[in-house]
Design a protein around this ligand. Sequence first.
Ligand SMILES: NC(=O)c1ccc[n+]([C@@H]2O[C@H](COP(=O)([O-])OP(=O)(O)OC[C@H]3O[C@@H](n4cnc5c(N)ncnc54)[C@H](O)[C@@H]3O)[C@@H](O)[C@H]2O)c1
Length: 351
Amino acid sequence: MSTKLAVIAGDGIGPEVVREALKVLDAVEGVYHPQVTVEMLPYGADHFLATGETLPPAEMRRLGQDVDAILVGALGDPRVPGNEHARDILLGMRFQLDLYVNERPARLFDARLTPLKGKRPSDIDLMIFRENTEGLYVAVGGTFKHGTPDEIAIAEELNTRKGVERIIRYAFAWAAARGKTKVTMADKANAIPAHALWRRVFEAVGSEHPEIRRETRYIDALAMDLVRTPEAFEVIVTGNLFGDILSDLASALVGGLGLAPSANRNPSGVTMYEPVHGSAPPLAGKDVANPMAAILTLAMMLTDRGAAAAGAAVERAVREAIAHGVGTPDVGGTLGTRAVGDWIAERVRRG
Ligand SMILES: NC(=O)c1ccc[n+]([C@@H]2O[C@H](COP(=O)([O-])OP(=O)(O)OC[C@H]3O[C@@H](n4cnc5c(N)ncnc54)[C@H](O)[C@@H]3O)[C@@H](O)[C@H]2O)c1
């Protein structure tokens, strides 16, 4: 299957990690021939500061209709303190392309990478499904009496039956297809009555999968247990904010943001792939950012696009790099971004 891939390298370390992912894609093409056509798009802070443009509506429509996959590096730049370009581009794609599934795996590749005592790779292998189009991220609300001692700031949390049901349904279907035995839902129904909707829907949808145990947990206690007993979790489904936080926590259990890939899916449309990390401005331009999250994100894309052998080869190459101590400083290595990308690309090239 051929793939039209649009790439927004973005800001900060985004272009550096995307460059390495594309280097690995080049290597993949020589061996597995997945037929990926890459189109580089200019959007990001530089483009916004030069033109005032974030992501034009016609371009957004084109991304939804004419491309198969989108790869984003990261967005966020100190020269745009209000972050409006990043919101327009990233949240814009999630909302307007209805990318309601944010899929964020956390798998421990090597015991040395976890800060948890005594945990082995088999102890940490979980998938987080974060609802990606609702919750507290919808910017419903506002401020009143701005800048005065009486200032009020309100952000409404949006939970629709449709939105809650489709992410829970996706999580159970994913779990069922992979023989998982348990799905856990994180909410805060004890303090936020609206979360009772999540509980009701979880019960209804989960009961369609009697082979899968279902568990509801309050987010605070779940966060604690994720650190204490990560082996107790297989699949976690949750809302937008909790999923954002939990997935960073989970990434820290397996070696950090430099190793965390993700996909933003509209199951009947386009998928946007991105490393979980941000633009890490202090690291930009120093050849120290870990490109593995972006490279693992590429692997997800290849697998989704029918090039499973290529995706597996890329993931295997990352695992081998880690096993050989090849990495950037955040994972205990001594190499730079480019050298890590070179090593992984070479490994893939050798088949
Ligand atoms: N999806 C996105 O594009 C996205 C996600 C999160 C944050 N952001 C934006 O990124 C900017 C910086 O945000 P932040 O500092 O909160 O988050 P961040 O993810 O950029 O950095 C958090 C920490 O992780 C480290 N880190 C991140 N990626 C790394 C990598 N590849 N290799 C090694 N270390 C890495 C950073 O050095 C920092 O210590 C902000 O503008 C924020 O809005 C964007």
